[in-house]
Structure formats: C-alpha cells, structure tokens
Design a binder for this molecule. Structure first.
Ligand code: NAD
Ligand code: UDP
Length: 312
C-alpha cells in the first residue's frame, strides 16, 4: 500500500482518480480548495478508512508524508481559469513549486497533470510530444497555457537539478460523469443544454476540432504512467485520437439526447485553437495504453449522469 496525495482530488478527474487508487488498495489523501471541485464528488468516499479529505490551497506549502503525488490542482475550464487569471498562474507555478518541494523532502515520485494547451493553436497536426507549440504569451488563455508550460519546466529542472523522480502527462480534452454542469466546457455545455431543451451554443462556425477521451481511459493511463519505470519521465500525450468538429459533436449529442434544441452560433473566444488531436504512439509504446471507450458509449454514460443530476 502506498500513501498517495491527489491535489485537486475533489475535481472531475481527481475524484475518479481517488476512486481508482482506493480500489487498488492505496491510502489516499485528497487535497482541494474547492474552487471548481466539490465535496459532493468525493462524498461517497468519506467513510472509507483509507481516504482523507483536506481543504488546502496548493499555492501555500503543504507538510504531509506521502510516497506518491498526483498534482491535478488547477481549474481546467476556460471559463473558470479566466475568472481569476492571476490565481490560475499562481496555482500552476507556485503549486508546482510547493508540490515539488514536498516531493523532494519526502522523496516521493510526483506526476504532473499537464495539458494539450502547451501546444497552443498548433501548426503541427496531430501533435507529438516533441512539438514545442504555438502559444500566445499575453492572451486570455495564457494564464493557463503558460502556467502549465512553466510547471513542466519546473518539473524537468527539479529532475535535472535534484534527480527527482518525475512523470509528466499531457492530457487532451477529457469528459465524463462528475464534470460540473456549469463548467463551461463543450461536452457538459452541449449535454446540459440538450437535456434542458435549450439552444446548443456553437462558438464560431463549429469547424474547429477536438479529440475527446472518456474519463475511465484517461485514469488508466495516468495510473500506468505513475507506475512506469523510473527512466520514463514523459512528457507523454494521453487522449483519444478520434477527432470531431464541434458541429459533429453537437449533432451527436442531439441525436443521443433527443429533444428539440436548436443549434445557435456565438462568437469564437479569443485564441481558441483550430484543431487538436494527440499522437499517442509514445503512450502505446511505453505504457501499452490506448483508449477503449468510443465517443457514443462515453457520451451515453455522461448523458445518464447529467440526467440524474438535473432530475435530483
Ligand atoms: P476540475 O476543475 O474539475 O478540477 C480541478 C480541481 O483543482 C478542482 O477540484 C479545484 O477545486 C482544484 N483546485 C483549483 N485550484 C486549486 C488550488 N489552488 N489549490 C487546491 N486545489 C485547487 O478540472 P479537471 O478536468 O478535473 O482537471 C484536473 C487537472 O487535469 C487540471 O490540472 C487540468 O489542468 C488537467 N487537465 C484536464 C483536462 C480535461 O479535459 N479534463 C485536459 C487537460 C488537462
Ligand atoms: N465550445 C462551443 N460551445 C460551447 C463551449 C465550447 O462551441 O458551449 C467550443 C470552444 O470554442 C472550443 C471547443 O468547444 O473550440 C472546446 O472547448 P472547451 O472549453 O471544452 O475546451 P478547450 O477549448 O480548452 O479545448
């Protein structure tokens, strides 16, 4: 049994990771400031003897004894990370420094939840890990993109300078149950709008693309990465390479939910990437991993979750 710290553990991905780690027999400490996460996401774990929930902001130092750290703390939805951009950068950068400092003191292995946003609006397609990206340093998304890029830099400098055991995963768009209904990300927006019979809001002309990974596949890859050999630091892309335009996604959601929602077009947010698709060759080779859940099955599970939530 390992003692595992999950920062951002009460969020969408973090809460699924806590479930999985407990199932695997670990002792889990979930740390969260509940900015975008909620106690409800982990309420079912509160009576578990090997689960502990701590309210804490990772921009402040943390003193605990653990063997493994998954660093997920950071709002992920553009709406939320742009709400307080200075705090977003602090969370990524000061949060990384604090968690790396903790890992160094207790000699823990540490995994960073990085993002496909480090590639910005990419001119290389699909994106491989050796692509350096095209990121606007002063735009509305920069607090997140540059914060995550700086966190990667810190991870690799702690690795080179202090010989630390680091792992970096670059997560592409992931969806599933426990996304916040007001999260603002596209999958939750479209599903909630369709279930409520409201207009489906397409930003721009809907021709921009994303590749969507179901949460269970993503968690499997994160766990495999954490347990991969010490020589493998990443960064490694994890995501589902099947790419969709936002119009295709809207039509798919409408077909699965049914109802009479109309598609409406809204202005495209600044710096919205045109296309995004992971090259997952490295994850296949080094982790023996590839996604197994197709978009229709994943959307059905997610729709069922939001239906229950809205009816409650
Ligand atoms: P989320 O917003 O549901 O979860 C983030 C969690 O971090 C929340 O519980 C939030 O309260 C917590 N948090 C935020 N600031 C904090 C702070 N200063 N101190 C402590 N806790 C704090 O988002 P998610 O989708 O679960 O994303 C989890 C991680 O994965 C994030 O680091 C995100 O950047 C990364 N990621 C997610 C996706 C995706 O598609 N879901 C894609 C790329 C990267
Ligand atoms: N999007 C959209 N309608 C919405 C929400 C988002 O068309 O109601 C678009 C958004 O402009 C982007 C894509 O969906 O092109 C994915 O957006 P999301 O916020 O989910 O993630 P990210 O842009 O960070 O990949």
């Amino acid at each position: 049994m390992s003692r595992v710290l999950v920062t951002g553990g009460a969020g969408f991905l973090g809460s699924h990771l806590c479930d999985r780690l407990l199932r695997d027999g670990h002792d889990v400490l979930c740390v969260d400031n509940f900015f975008t996460g909620s106690k409800r996401n982990v309420a079912h774990l509160l009576d578990e003897p090997y689960f502990e929930l701590m309210r804490h902001d990772v921009t402040f130092p943390l003193y605990v004894e653990v063997d493994r750290i998954f660093n997920l703390a950071c709002p992920a939805s553009p709406v939320h990370y742009q709400h307080d951009p200075v705090q977003t950068t602090k969370t990524s950068v000061h949060g990384a420094i604090n968690m790396l400092g903790l890992a160094k003191r207790v000699k823990a292995r540490i995994l960073q939840a990085s993002t496909s946003e480090v590639y910005g609006d990419p001119e290389v397609h699909p994106q491989r890990e050796d692509y350096w990206g095209r990121v606007n340093p002063i735009g509305f998304r920069s607090c997140y993109d540059e914060g995550k890029r700086c966190a990667e830099t810190l991870f690799f400098d702690y690795h080179r300078q202090h010989g630390m055991d680091i792992k970096v995963v670059r997560i592409f768009n992931t969806y599933g149950p426990r996304m916040h209904p007001d999260d603002g990300r596209v999958v939750s927006n479209f599903i909630v709008q369709a279930l409520k019979g409201e207009d489906i809001t397409i930003y721009g002309d809907g021709s921009q693309t994303r590749s969507f990974c179901y949460v269970d596949d993503l968690i499997e890859a994160m766990v495999r990465m954490m347990e991969s050999g010490p020589g493998f630091t990443g960064p490694v892309n994890i995501g589902n390479p099947v790419e969709h335009t936002m119009l295709q996604l809207a039509e798919k959601v409408l077909a699965l939910v049914g109802g009479r929602s109309k598609l409406v077009f809204r202005p495209l947010p600044a710096d919205d990437p045109r296309q995004r698709q992971p090259d997952i060759t490295l994850a296949k080779d080094r982790l023996g991993w590839q996604p197994t859940v197709g978009i229709d099955d994943g959307l059905r599970e997610t729709i069922a979750y939001f239906r229950r939530l809205l009816e409650a």
